[in-house]
Each structure stands twice: as C-alpha cells, then as structure tokens.
Design a protein around this ligand. Structure first.
Ligand SMILES: Cc1cc2nc3c(=O)[nH]c(=O)nc-3n(C[C@H](O)[C@H](O)[C@H](O)COP(=O)(O)OP(=O)(O)OC[C@H]3O[C@@H](n4cnc5c(N)ncnc54)[C@H](O)[C@@H]3O)c2cc1C
Length: 493
C-alpha cells in the first residue's frame, strides 16, 4: 500500500486546488484520477472559463490580470460587489443557498482568484463574449469580465504543471471505489488502477470527484424520469462514486438532490462532451430568439434575464417538451449577434426565405401552429422600446403567454433560421454536508468524520434550482482551498 498524508480523489479544478493547498501546508499528496491523461481534468477541463468573483473596482481586476492603465480607465468594467454577488446567488436559488457556504464562496472568491494566479493560472478580459460598445465606450455586462486563459482546459493544464513542480503525484486511470474506514477515522482509499485493485493509505482523504451527471441510472433516480435522455456536456467519468463512498460510511447528504445545471444544447450532440469541441454544442443566444416546441408553441420567457441567469434552468424546460427538443428561431436582424458556435459545422439548422418555407422544413414541429405563434408574437412586441442587447432593455411582449420580457424583436426580416436544441446536463446540485471552515465532511449527526473532506461539485447546499453563470469554477477553487487547507492542517497537527 502506498501511503501519503493526503490523498485527493479527482483531478479537476477543485481537486487541484485542494492538492496544491494541502501541499503548501507541507503534506505529501497523491491525486487519483479515474480518467487517462488525455481525458483527465473532469468538467473543469470542459469549462468555457468564465469566473464570477466579487470585485467593485478595476484595481481588483488588476490584481488578477494585467490591464493597461488606459484600457482600465476607458472601459466600463461592470461590478460584482459582495452585495451584488449575494443578491444574484440568493435570487437564482430562491433564497435556499446555505448562508455559511454562500458566505465562504462569495467573500473568499476574490482571494481565490489571486491565489489561482499565484499557482500559475492566467486570466484575460472576456471582451468577445461579455462586452459591447455602448455610446462609444466598451462596456462589460453579466458581472464576470475575466475569463481563464485557454478556458477550463488552460486552467487544468496550468494547475497540473504546478502540481508536478511541487511534487504532487498523480495516478491516472485510477478509479476510487471505496474509503478505507475503521469505523472512527478514514484511513485511505481503495481503487482500481486499469482494472487492478490497489490501496492508498492516507491520514486524510479529499473527495473532489464530481457529481452524478454522467450516470443515467442515478439521474433517473434523483432528477426524475426522462433525465436518462439528457446529453452530458462534460466528462463521462463523474458517476457519483465519491458521493456513494461517502454515504456508505455515514456522510450526511445535503442540498438539492433533484436539482441540476442543464442547458439548451445542440440537438444531435454526442452522448458526452468532446473536450476538443467542448464549445461547439453551446446554444446560449436564445434570449434573442423565440423558442418553439414540437407543438409549435413557445414555452419559456426567453428574455427573462441575461442568459447567465436563465441558461442553467432552461435545459430542464427543453427536456420537458415532447421529444425533448425545441427550436430557437431568429431572423436576419439578430443573426449578427449570435454567438460564434451558431456558425459551426455540426449544427442542426433550418433556413427559410419566408416563415412558411421555414415552417415546412422544421422537422417534428406543427407548422400551422408555429406560424400562428409567430403571428401572435410579432403582434405583441412593444416596438416603441429601443432594442439593446447589452442591457435588460425592457423591450417586451404584451398580451401573450409566456411573456418575453426583454430583447423581443419582430420576426420579419428574411432569411429566417431555426436551431434544433435538446437538454445538455452540466452537473448535479446534490452533495455532502461539509464544515464551511475546514471542508470536513459531516456525518448524519453533523459531527465531522475524521480524515474525510470534500470539495467542488460534491459540496451540497450551494445551488438550488438554478445557478449564476461562472460560479462552478470559483466554487471549486474556494472549497478546494478550504478542504486542502483543512486536510493539510489536520495531518500536520
Ligand atoms: C461544457 C461545460 C462548460 C462549463 N463552463 C463553465 C464556465 O465557463 N465557468 C464555470 O465556472 N463553470 C463552468 N462549468 C462548470 C464547471 O466546469 C464545474 O462546476 C467545475 O469544473 C467542477 O469542478 P470539480 O473539480 O468539482 O469537478 P470536475 O472538474 O468534474 O472533476 C472531477 C474529477 O473527478 C474524477 N473522478 C470522477 N470519479 C472518480 C473516481 N471514482 N475516482 C477518481 N477520479 C474520479 C474525474 O475524472 C475528474 O477528474 C462548465 C461545465 C461544462 C461541462
């Protein structure tokens, strides 16, 4: 049996942050990664890379990345003050987020970004996706002006390099199966390395091996019937094994076990994400569209808010429609504003020079009802309100259900386009109850389980129903650091 002070299960962002933090406390650290090297890094590797952290002025952004002074002065950098971050997180989770966990997440988010930089990660302003020119000045919107250089893949690569330099051992194709537990304290991990049983002894184990989004049986069990049909946006390796092994020794489940982050996703995307093409199936421009189901009807307020605040809950709405699909319909006026993925090659797209031509082409849609829906929608648009995609413009519909609250444009300019989408699941919200100061996993009586810590997607109680975009990576960093420091402190005590 190999023995370490700390064994970290997983090799995504949360696991890497935990491993680096424990190592900086002087602990010997090993990481067990179920995937082979080229598939490693979990959902973190698939992440677009936007990160939501608290800041109120550009100087705080400059602690995270270089921003030349003239650029700093001549740009509206938006803000995400601690209060704004609280407002967003509490609003989208219907005030269910755990007060202690959300406080840790929000108040430690900026320090987490500065720390990531110190660990080799780098960041750039997200000009392309999160800003627009308004009255001659560049303006950011959505409250996350920075993105990781190279996206989630860049983050994982940079942190992996640093882990190597610091002497952290990484075992690939090593899938943790169960915890070695003597009834009092966790003593290590049983795993399978390329199918062969192995054991790792440890004074502390940090579980950072994701949720159960890639497990169709667990999805059906906890999220409900139909969820086995969702496409998985990221890794195929997050099967809920970390949760299972913790629950088996009496860990306390916590949070929104029937909740999940799920989006509108290319209708014919593969079963799991493909890291080299991780962005291609995104369909996040729907606030500019009307979304139509098989019955030819609208079913959500596409313009309720910026996509950052609705995309994670609308995947479930698509899954709920007959056949689990829908179409996002645009006309030529909004086409230039669509995100670049819409111009890709692997896109389910239908085009018509008239709405009738488009209706005839839309596979599996009631064409007559579609035309009626568009006529009623067009007549309901408040055209006297000016359109602006950089703000919630209030250009809404009146007298139809569901309302479209912002960015409502009459569909009148050919060619008309419809993009087929289905539901893509990102990650699950249910997890373990942890101590917010140390990351230690709590048992059913809320006592800490000696030697067991958890981080990242495995922490329950933060997200309920919905999710503000860019919070997953920051949560992995904040709770990865907390768990790594907690485990490191405990083994050195
Ligand atoms: C397509 C996509 C885009 C996203 N974009 C963003 C974004 O722009 N910004 C943002 O903040 N968030 C984004 N997210 C969400 C974000 O990626 C996750 O919330 C975050 O990365 C989770 O980190 P984690 O370390 O907890 O889990 P993961 O990164 O999923 O890591 C889990 C690790 O555990 C390993 N593992 C699983 N089971 C075992 C086992 N039994 N034994 C050993 N290892 C195991 C996996 O292989 C993996 O290495 C995105 C997610 C996806 C899928």
């Amino acid at each position: 049996m190999k023995v370490y002070d700390v064994v970290v299960v997983g090799k995504g962002n949360a696991a890497l942050c935990a491993a680096l933090s424990a190592r900086d406390k002087g602990a010997t650290v090993a990481m067990l990664e179920a995937a082979a090297v080229d598939e490693s890094g979990g959902n973190s590797r698939f992440a677009g890379g936007v990160m939501r952290f608290a800041y109120s002025k550009v100087e705080e952004l400059q602690q995270i990345t270089e921003i030349p002074e003239d650029e700093a002065k001549n740009t509206d950098w938006d803000s995400n003050t601690i209060d704004e971050f609280y407002d967003d997180l509490y609003r989208v989770t219907a005030f269910r987020t755990d007060p202690n966990l959300s406080e840790a997440l929000i108040t430690q988010s900026h320090a987490g970004m500065v720390w990531l930089r110190s660990q080799g990660a780098s960041f750039v302003p997200n000009y392309g996706a999160q800003s627009a020119i308004v009255n001659g000045k560049r303006k950011f919107f959505g409250r996350f002006p920075l993105t990781v250089n190279g996206g989630g893949a860049g983050l994982v690569e940079d942190l992996t390099k640093t882990a190597g330099k610091k002497g952290i051992e990484i075992f690939y194709e090593t899938r943790a199966i169960s915890l070695i537990y003597d009834g009092v304290k966790v003593q290590g991990v049983r795993a399978k390395q390329k199918g062969v049983p192995v054991e790792f002894g440890a004074k502390a184990v940090v579980l950072a091996c994701g949720g159960f989004e890639a497990n169709p049986e667990w999805r059906t069990r906890y999220l409900g019937p139909g969820w086995e049909l969702a496409k998985v946006r990221g890794t195929r390796h997050n099967l809920g094994e970390g949760l299972k092994m913790a629950l088996e020794i009496g860990a306390c489940p916590y949070g929104n076990w029937s909740g999940r982050h799920a989006v509108s996703w290319e209708r014919h995307a593969p079963e799991f994400g493909i890291v080299e093409k991780s962005h291609d199936p995104y369909r996040h421009s729907y606030p500019l569209s009307i979304m139509i189901n098989a019955e030819g009807k609208r079913f959500v307020d596409e313009g309720q808010d910026f996509y950052n605040y609705t995309y994670a809950k609308y995947g479930a709405e698509v899954l709920r429609q007959s056949g689990q699909y829908a179409y996002q319909v645009f006309d030529a006026k909004t086409k230039p504003l669509l995100k670049k993925e819409y111009s890709g090659r692997e896109v389910t797209r239908f085009t018509g020079n008239t709405l009738e031509e488009l209706a005839a082409k839309l596979e599996g849609v009631d064409g007559q009802q579609f035309l009626k829906t568009v006529r009623e929608y067009n007549a309901a648009v408040k055209t006297d309100v000016p359109f602006s995609h950089a703000v919630r413009d209030g250009r809404c519909t009146v007298g139809i259900e569901p309302v479209k609250s912002n960015w409502a444009n009459v569909l009148d300019t050919p060619p008309f386009e419809a993009y087929g989408v289905t539901c893509g699941i990102t990650f699950t919200f249910g997890g373990l109850r942890i101590d917010h100061e140390t990351g230690q996993v709590l048992d059913l009586g809320y006592q800490g389980i000696p030697g067991l810590y958890a981080a990242g997607e495995m922490v329950g109680g933060i997200f309920y129903f919905n999710y503000p975009a860019g919070t997953g990576l920051v949560s992995g960093t904040v709770f990865g650091r907390i768990a790594g420091n907690g485990a490191g402190d405990a083994v050195k005590r």
